[in-house]
Design a protein around this ligand. Sequence first.
Ligand SMILES: [Zn+2]
Length: 334
Amino acid sequence: MSNFAVPQFPAARPRRLRATPAMRRLVRETHLTTDGLVMPLFARPGKRERRPIASMPGNFQFSVDELVREARAIHKLGLPAVLLFGIPDKKDARASGAYAKHGIVQTAVRAIKDAVPELLVITDVCNCEYTSHGHCGIVRKRRDGALDVDNDATLELLAKSAVSHAEAGADIVAPSDMMDGRVAAIRRALDQHGFAHTPIMSYAAKFASGFYGPFRDAAESPPQFGDRRTYQMDYANAEEALREVALDIAEGADIVMVKPGLAYLDLVRRVKDRFGYPTAVYNVSGEFAMVKAAAKNGWLDERAVVLEILTAFRRAGADIILTYWAKDVARWLG
Ligand SMILES: [Zn+2]
């Protein structure tokens, strides 16, 4: 686009290529398909349970048997992958449910891989759903007396969780905690346990965001004190986000993620341009809830807006989109 003389009006009439649907189709630059779409799912204990998540209409906490049915439906719709979160029946300070052999996620992974082996199962690796205090790691008192998450003590738990997911059959593990050094710790542990071929999708640039509200309902994981700003990123910082991504790639991340999505498209583009790595974006619960609420009031056309948003993620450089609309989009594109 740089070094040639751009023709001027009236020779140039960009509207010529917008005249009909077929013409627009011919010159369309970005194509939304189901290929990179991932549906997040929540697993809970119990039988025959589908508990609706109030702030995320159409999403449920599934008992494992129901989750398997859901996974089958997702596979049938042509989606390649799901991202799995677990809601354990018991929480404690050391997040022991996160790495238990028969923990909720481990059980769910086994059941899904058993029933639908072709469907990729990505597991969220974090502690916040499993800790009684709702933080992403081990909480200790700092020198100044404030309670904070102990980085290095947490790494060990994350590595154990990732290995337990791989042992259960997870195809990809996805650490979402934002501890320093966790990708290296997880890579090392996976390799030591015979999972050198299990990829890591790191939540590389994850921001402390107001857009996560509804998810905390869904995962029952709000922090019981303080907030997550000592480990998740300040949303004002883009250069720091690029450094975070560089660190994760250096530590062995195979796929890097930017989260949230809509307010962070600049970073999706910069990460894709700078690193050229498979890049994921998380279309988070708050982004989902906003559109749902507006559509319910008749203020927005949900389908039109969702296709526009997801195409924008692609246009910004995202290869992979984690979205609660994955099933709907598969139907709409079908
Ligand atoms: Zn967490």
